[in-house]
Design a protein. Sequence first.
Length: 181
Amino acid sequence: MTPSLYVLNVAALCKPGATDHLTVDLKSYGISVAIVTETHLKTKPTDNLIRVDGYTAFRRDRAGRRGRGVAVYVISALKSSRWMPSVAAHAALEVDWVRVGDRVLTAALYHPPRPIYKPEMLPDYVEACVSEISHDFPMADIVTAGDVNQLSDRDVDERTGLTQIVRQPTSDMNILDRIYV
């Protein structure tokens, strides 16, 4: 079974009512996997604060800077675990890989409008991860999603073989939130 996917730019998961809203959406739509960007979480909010009953949460908070961050929620009925690639990510990259079941590897991505790293570092890292996944899990389905702002789709497509599938604007007239499969 291919899990259903929900992608949300929440702009602060710890704001009042945000987790309740997420819970309602996930349960009413029957979502298996949710990728949440701009969580704005620090290490202080405990997992209980952002917990959604019936889901396992994985989060990567932005260290040492305000805002941003990513999270992945997986319905508890599916086996899930954080996947750690052998290639080390630059500390400023906001990417969190999660293995869902036996065949799906998914990543939550956030690429800020003004990154503190060289913009090509994110596609370099994703390319290395996709290459490792393709080698280690040749039958895996790979999904990356999130708010990537001005990151070039062409660069990601050519380097990873993943295709961007969002066709409608997600912020004003721009496609900032994307899904690559």
